[in-house]
Ligand binder design. Sequence first.
Ligand code: ADP
Ligand code: MG
Ligand code: MG
Length: 213
Amino acid sequence: PSREYAAKCLSALDTTATLLRSAESMLGDLDAIAGDGDHGRGMVRGSAASFEAANLAYSSGAGAGSVLIAAGDAWADKAGGTSGVLWGAGLRAFGERIGDAEIPTPEVLAQSVRAFADRIASLGKAEIGDKTMMDSLLPFASSLEERVAGGTPVEQAWEAAADDAREAAAATADLRPLKGRARPLAEKSLGTPDPGATSLAMVFAAVGPHFTE
Ligand code: ADP
Ligand code: MG
Ligand code: MG
């Protein structure tokens, strides 16, 4: 299996856990406006458990895909909450597509992000405009696919896609939530970006260098 890429995936998960620890209270505050305030806590729990499980898998010789699958299963198991189940399942799909064999091409990397999005869409059934994490995830996936297909070097393609995701996350402030716990307080949520869309854009921006260098 590709140990070199597995090590990079492990670093990406480490970066994710560190980033989310530092963003915990901000994400909790966002979720407290129309949700139940636990988004920061859940993301910290999920990402910490995912890094721990990935570390264990890596240490026992696993390749990149298996490391990511272990990470996804631990995230879903330990995070609690809607976003944890979805992140865990998405990460597992990402790992399944990356596989253990070799360093993924830019096309495979883009397909793996698409697999992450497809898995979350099929479980959560949210669409663009419902004010969920899909509002930053789908623009990221499409932007990465288009740039990679157009021949942009993958590092730059990922960075540009992350910028698109960040803008899309910010733009959710204008939306009313149509899915999830924030729906009953939809009017209160106006003017505040969706917590799940915000955290997703942050994480994807931070992990780019690990997956693409
Ligand atoms: P919970 O709502 O169970 O407390 P979190 O607070 O961790 O879970 O996550 C809330 C986030 O989950 C929302 O901001 C939104 O982005 C995302 N979310 C909620 N429902 C869905 C869904 N059906 N599909 C995709 N994302 C969703
Ligand atoms: Mg919540
Ligand atoms: Mg909750």
